[in-house]
Design a protein around this ligand. Structure first.
Ligand code: BGC
Length: 373
């Protein structure tokens, strides 16, 4: 069976199951919204997280679970091991189990749409977490960080460190990587970075010896790293280093759009045996990357306090459970609709403010941050 037929068969089977479930069901949901408010203990929430390789998703899952449990809700938390099919079937199971709310951090925001629709048809409210679910009406709310701002912070950091706004002429060698081609966030992160960096590539202040520069921000997938995979980012940077920077050419900066790509880049530079590190950006404030910043290998990361994201998401669910409309501050368009969104503020962190932002706030200890080495 080819992919499309297989998906259709799964979807059809699930629809039959769902139709059966809906007939005998007395639960509240979109089709029977007049029913009385449920007790907290009768409310169930399914959380679908993409993977556990990055520290952040483990923290996201744990934080969200405990924030929801504090309200007394029943919570099912599942990780999909970066496999889109697995994530789809996990969400379908949640739908079949009649969860009241499903929170989805998609691996591929386009392919989770159908599973979200099944959950919705079965009466659940659907919340997209961190990453938007695309091309469907079945998303009720979205909770994320200001995505474009993240990319802008990374781009601006490179511009500041190379001093181009202070009269440094270059040309500087800057290599660019974007995130996973299947992640809607990745396009927005790149758009943010490109809004700062693009003009310097156009006027010749920045060059990329590998030539891997997209024609415009819309062409970001051409420099995407599948699944934001650290090993793939490392292999990509090793390739570029070996082919273009091993005859004394100086690599001035690397736009790495998250900490996995940043670590891949740090490893590639280590393998090259240079006596310097280029400016290397990142995102997520993973422990190993905080240490790399403390040790002068990575230059910066964008810290997104995911405990706040979990709290905001749990509050949305609590509001809905109490019959209130969750408050949102913006919206993101998913191709079908403007999804009401809570968007939190990211913070740029480098060696200078690492202690103040990450240690003094209790996010990490000075020892774990590598500040006592
Ligand atoms: C998230 C980042 C994360 C990346 C890889 C993005 O969608 O916003 O925080 O680093 O996915 O998991």
């Amino acid at each position: 069976m080819n992919w499309a037929k297989k998906t259709l068969a799964v979807a059809t089977a699930a629809t039959v199951l769902l139709a059966g479930a809906a007939c005998g069901s007395t639960r509240s949901g979109s089709s029977s919204s007049s029913s009385t408010k449920k007790d907290a203990k009768d409310i169930s929430v399914g959380i679908s997280m993409p993977e556990q390789m990055l520290e952040r998703w483990k923290k996201d899952g744990d934080n969200l679970k405990s924030a929801l449990q504090k309200y007394g809700y029943k919570v099912t938390l599942q990780y999909a091991d970066s496999k889109t099919d697995l994530q789809t079937s996990q969400i379908q199971n949640m739908a079949n189990n009649n969860v009241d709310y499903v929170v989805i951090a998609s691996i591929d925001g386009t392919s989770t749409g159908r599973a979200a629709e099944q959950a919705k048809q079965n009466g659940a409210k659907v919340i997209a977490y961190d990453r938007l679910i695309m091309n469907t009406d079945a998303v009720d709310y979205y909770a994320t960080f200001n995505l474009e701002k993240v990319g802008k912070m990374q781009g601006q950091y490179i511009v500041d460190k190379l001093g181009v706004e202070n009269g440094k002429k270059g040309p500087f060698n800057v290599e660019l990587m974007a995130g996973s081609p299947t992640d809607n966030n990745a396009g927005i992160y790149f758009k943010g970075a490109w809004s700062v960096l693009g003009k310097y590539f156009k006027n010749g202040t920045f060059k990329s010896l590998s030539g891997k520069v997209p024609k415009s921000a819309d062409d970001w997938q051409s420099i995407g790293i599948d699944n934001w995979d650290r090993n793939k980012a490392q292999a990509e940077m090793e390739n570029r280093v070996n082919s273009f920077y091993n005859n004394g050419e100086h690599l001035d900066a690397v736009l790495a759009q998250n900490d996995a790509e940043a670590m891949g880049t740090v490893n590639a530079v280590k393998a090259a045996g240079w006596n310097y590190y280029p400016v290397i950006t990142g995102q997520d404030a993973e422990q190993a990357n905080i240490q790399a910043i403390a040790h002068g290998q990575q230059s910066m990361t964008v810290y997104k306090d995911t405990s706040k994201l979990a709290k905001a998401t749990a509050e949305m669910i609590h509001d809905m459970a109490e019959g209130k409309k969750p408050s949102t501050d913006t919206s993101y368009n998913n191709g079908n609709k403007d999804v009401p969104t809570v968007s939190l503020k990211p913070v740029a962190v480098d060696k200078d403010n690492l202690k103040a932002v990450l240690v003094d706030s209790g996010y990490i200890t000075a020892e774990k941050a590598g500040l006592t080495d």
